[in-house]
Design a protein around this ligand. Structure first.
Ligand code: PAF
Length: 282
C-alpha cells in the first residue's frame, strides 16, 4: 500500500481520528533523512502501533544568515525511506498550512536554556523550534515523540516545554548514530567533501578523550575541556565555535563533574556547522 501523505493539519487530523485508539509514535523531522532518523523511526514503530513522520523545513528556526534556502530538500527520496521503514503516514505541511505568518503566537522556552551553547550564535532558533514542535505535538497528539540526543540542547528544551505546558506526550531521546569514523549522522553532512568528513571525525575523537579522562576519575571541567581542545587542534581546519561542559537538564556550565553531565561542541569544517556531544560522569 502507498504511504499516505498529508499536507494540512485537518487532513492529517481526519486520518488520525480513526486511529486514536492505537499508540501513536511521532518522529518530527526537517527531511533529508539519514540513518539517524531511520533509527528514530524504527524505535517509533517498535514501541507504538502507528508511526507518523513529519517533514517540515521550519523557517522559524533559521536566522537571516543561515541555510534555510540551501537546506537539503529531497521529498521523493524521503518518501521512499519512510515507506521502506514501515511508516504509516507522512505529514508534509507547507508554511501556509502550518499557519506561519508574521503575527504568530510563539512558545518561549526559559531564556537560561536558550542563551548558551548553540543559542549564543543562533538567536531565535530555539524559540522557533519550541513553537513548531508544540504546534506539531498539538496536531499529531502522539503518545510518544522521538528526538535525537545529538541535538542535546533542543532535546532538553523540548522536555522542558512539554512539562511546563502540560503537553501529554512522552519525549523519547534516542542515541546518536555515527559513521564508522565516529562522525555523527546529520543532514548537513551532505555539504561536506570526503576530506571534510574525515576531518570532522576529530569532533567525536576529542569527545571520547574527554570521556576516557572522566572515567579515569578527572572531575575538573577545565582539565577535561583542555584535553578536548588539544585533540581538536590536531585538525586545524576545524573552527571551534563553542566547547562547554554543562548540566544535561539545565544546560548551565559546571566547574566539576559530580554527576552525569554533557560536553557539547559546535564548530565548522568547510564552512558547514556541525554539533555533537557526549555524556560524562555519573
Ligand atoms: O531536529 C529537527 O529536525 C528540528 O529541529 C525539528 C525538531 C523537526 C523541529 O523543526
Amino acid at each position: 500500500m502507498n504511504l499516505p501523505i498529508f499536507t494540512t493539519p485537518s487532513e492529517l487530523g481526519h486520518y488520525l481520528q480513526s486511529h486514536r485508539s492505537q499508540a501513536i509514535g511521532f518522529v518530527p523531522t526537517m527531511g533529508a533523512l539519514h540513518l539517524g532518523h531511520q533509527s528514530l523511526i524504527d524505535r517509533a514503530r517498535h514501541e507504538n502501533t502507528l508511526a507518523i513522520v513529519s517533514i517540515f523545513v521550519n523557517p522559524l528556526q533559521f536566522g537571516p544568515n543561515e541555510d534555510l534556502d540551501r537546506y537539503p530538500r529531497q521529498l521523493e527520496i524521503d518518501r521512499v525511506i519512510c515507506e521502506t521503514a514501515g511508516v504509516d503516514a507522512l505529514f508534509v505541511p507547507t508554511p501556509e498550512s502550518m499557519g506561519i505568518k508574521d503575527a504568530l503566537t510563539q512558545v518561549v522556552p526559559p531564556p537560561m536554556m536558550m542563551s548558551g551553547l548553540c543559542g549564543r550564535t543562533r538567536a531565535g532558533h530555539f524559540q522557533g523550534v519550541a513553537t513548531i514542535v508544540a504546534k506539531l505535538l498539538n496536531i499529531v497528539q502522539p503518545d510518544r515523540a522521538y528526538f535525537g540526543e545529538k541535538d542535546a540542547q533542543q532535546l532538553a528544551i523540548i522536555r522542558k516545554i512539554v512539562i511546563d505546558l502540560n503537553i501529554p506526550v512522552d519525549i523519547v531521546g534516542c542515541p546518536t548514530l555515527r559513521a564508522d569514523s565516529g562522525l555523527a549522522h546529520s543532514s548537513r553532512n551532505q555539504y561536506l567533501s570526503s576530506t571534510g568528513r574525515s576531518q570532522a571525525a576529530v569532533i567525536y575523537r576529542s569527545l571520547q578523550k574527554a570521556q576516557t579522562l572522566a572515567k579515569g576519575g578527572e572531575i575538573q571541567s577545565q582539565s577535561i575541556l583542555t584535553a578536548v581542545k588539544i585533540e581538536l587542534a590536531t585538525v586545524p581546519e576545524f573552527q571551534l565555535e563553542y566547547l562547554e561542559l554543562v548540566d544535561q537538564h539545565t544546560l548551565q556550565s559546571i566547574e566539576t563533574v559530580e554527576k552525569i553531565a554533557l560536553i557539547a561542541i559546535a564548530g565548522r569544517i568547510e564552512n558547514t556547522r556541525l554539533i555533537d556531544n557526549i555524556i560524562v560522569g555519573g
